[in-house]
Design a protein around this ligand. Structure first.
Ligand code: NAD
Length: 503
């Protein structure tokens, strides 16, 4: 078999990122690029004993690392951030090759890694607890946050590198070790991140084994999930995966941080700035070919502006450049694989059977050289049927119509998932109602921007079937530490709490 240009490019980039030739022609894991669907090479899965050995090494590394002062741990993450800056374009290109993201989004994903490293370095001097008033004289009560242990990270294909960094950058400054099982669809980017983490570790004097990658499918993830030496499993992927992982970790009383599927909506109110709404909707629904957990899947539009909005959206959709994500002019790259195309096609068939009307798109797009490229689709639905309540991981948006804001919010919240949401309105009452306790039930709620494209400063995650986890900014670092409450008696007496007498 002759190697395609894309495979050659992937191998060259891997070399520049410090990954020694990882391929084995007899390997069971096939690395493919969604750009042309061709094989880049094969890798060998780790056996459960190898996963266990990686955890052994991580435990040893953790035992050293937890004794290093947090601001000194921050130097390791600073080195990682510097290496990511240096290699941003190469790693971004690898994301493009392996996940099919357009160049700008591939680089943007690496920028997000750099941003979380910056945030984590700052945090390394801010891992603070509280001092709490005590009822006992001559006593002091406080809380401390200590390193937790080995963090298992399981990640999805669509953010092949950023999800690891959201977890790892915080975990490292918090004093933890990380064992990462990336998606079996994006193994090369994971190897590249690991090479950069190892180099950062050498520069900063971090212990070996602090960062590890284990490769394979579900069974390899399960080995991490079931290992009692892994106190926290942070798992990003489908709700189906979360339902499998959560009870297994709970059975051994471990913790999970779950970042699962979304079914994100935008309400478009009568007062909306429609130009802004169209731009926000198109980016959110079509960016990353609809393969973000925060991608827009439902537009809930007021009946008075529906026709105008649909006319503008259809025009915008029909002018979208679809093609190889390596071409800088492309805005819509490929779906990850043929199954994703089949799911997109089946969802449109079901939606139209339910009475939906295909407004635009929905077909395979003609792009030379293989890969699963589609014309992003809009389906105007009479109701929020089961298919609308299901996450289809593709550029497919359903349009629902409303009359009152209460009705819009009920439709909005009438799905099992609760990740991200938005409203386009210039009416402050509507905006504030949407953000209030009786508004959106999601972990992320926006006004006059779409639901996708979060920054790392805020906590990221969602409710209900999205799993309830929060990663990235705000106080998400607390997930990676254990809290200890301390009471210190500096008196000569021994008063008991609640007035208890024991003498
Ligand atoms: P997926 O669920 O198929 O796989 C995700 C990861 O879980 C992979 O590494 C996979 O090998 C592993 N896995 C699957 N079953 C497992 C099990 N039983 N035990 C241990 N590991 C297991 O998801 P995907 O197709 O890669 O990604 C798309 C999905 O991820 C979408 O639903 C999307 O919304 C979601 N996602 C969510 C977020 C978020 O932050 N909420 C971010 C990205 C993607």
């Amino acid at each position: 078999m002759t190697m395609t240009d894309i495979a050659e490019q992937a191998r060259a980039v891997l070399g520049r990122l410090g990954v020694a030739d990882p391929f084995d022609p007899d390997g069971d894991l096939v690395c493919r690029s969604p750009i042309d669907g061709h094989e880049i090479g094969r890798l060998v899965s780790h056996r459960p004993t190898e996963v266990s050995a990686a955890v052994d090494r991580a435990v040893v590394a953790f035992e050293q690392w937890r004794q290093v002062p947090a601001p000194v741990r921050g130097r390791f993450v600073r080195e990682l951030g510097e290496l990511l800056r240096e290699h941003r374009d190469d790693l971004g290109t690898l994301v493009t090759i392996e996940a099919g993201k357009i160049v700008s989004e591939g680089r943007g994903e690496v920028q997000e890694m750099i941003d979380i490293c910056d945030l984590a370095v700052g945090l390394s001097r801010q891992l603070h607890g509280l001092t709490i008033a005590t009822e006992r004289p001559g006593h002091r009560m406080m809380e401390q946050w200590h390193p937790l242990g080995v963090v298992g990270v399981i990640s999805a294909f669509n953010f092949p590198v950023a999800v690891w960094s959201w977890n790892a950058a915080l975990a490292f400054v918090c004093g933890d070790a990380v064992v990462w099982k990336p998606s079996e669809k994006t193994l090369l980017t994971a190897l590249a991140c690991q090479a950069l983490a190892e180099e950062a570790g050498r520069r900063a004097g971090a212990p070996e084994g602090l960062s590890a990658v284990v490769l394979g499918a579900r069974e390899v993830g399960e080995a991490l999930v079931d290992d009692p030496r892994v106190p926290l499993v942070s798992a990003t992927g489908s709700t189906r995966m979360g339902r499998q992982v959560a009870p297994r970790v709970a059975a051994r009383l471990g913790r999970t941080l779950l970042e699962l599927g979304g079914n994100n909506a935008a309400i478009v109110a009568p007062s909306a700035d429609l130009d802004l709404a169209v731009r926000g909707i198109v980016f959110s629904a079509v960016g990353t070919a609809g393969q973000r957990c925060t991608s827009l899947r439902r537009v809930i539009v007021h009946e008075s502006v529906k026709d105008d909005l649909l006319t503008r959206l259809a025009a915008a959709y029909e002018s979208l450049p679809i093609g190889s994500p390596l071409d800088p002019a492309t805005l819509v790259g490929p779906l990850v694989d043929e199954q994703a195309w089949a799911a997109f096609d089946a969802a449109i068939t079901q939606a139209t059977a339910d009475g939906g009307v295909l407004v635009t798109g929905g077909r395979q797009a003609a792009v030379d050289g293989g890969g699963s490229y589609v014309e992003p689709a809009i389906v105007d639905m009479p109701d929020q049927t089961e298919i609308v309540r299901t996450e289809t991981f593709a550029p497919l948006v359903y349009v629902l119509t409303y009359d009152t804001l209460e009705e819009a919010i009920a439709l909005h919240n009438g799905v099992a998932q609760g990740l991200s949401s938005s409203i386009f309105t210039l009416d402050v009452r509507e905006a504030e109602t949407f953000l209030s306790a009786v508004g959106s039930d999601c972990g992320i709620a926006n006004v006059n921007i779409g639901p996708s494209g979060a920054e790392i400063g805020g906590a990221f995650g969602g409710e209900k079937d999205t799993g309830g986890g929060r990663e990235s900014g705000s106080d998400a670092w607390r997930n990676y530490m254990r809290r200890v409450t301390n009471t210190v008696n500096y008196s000569t007496d021994l008063p008991l709490a609640q007035g208890v007498e024991f003498a």
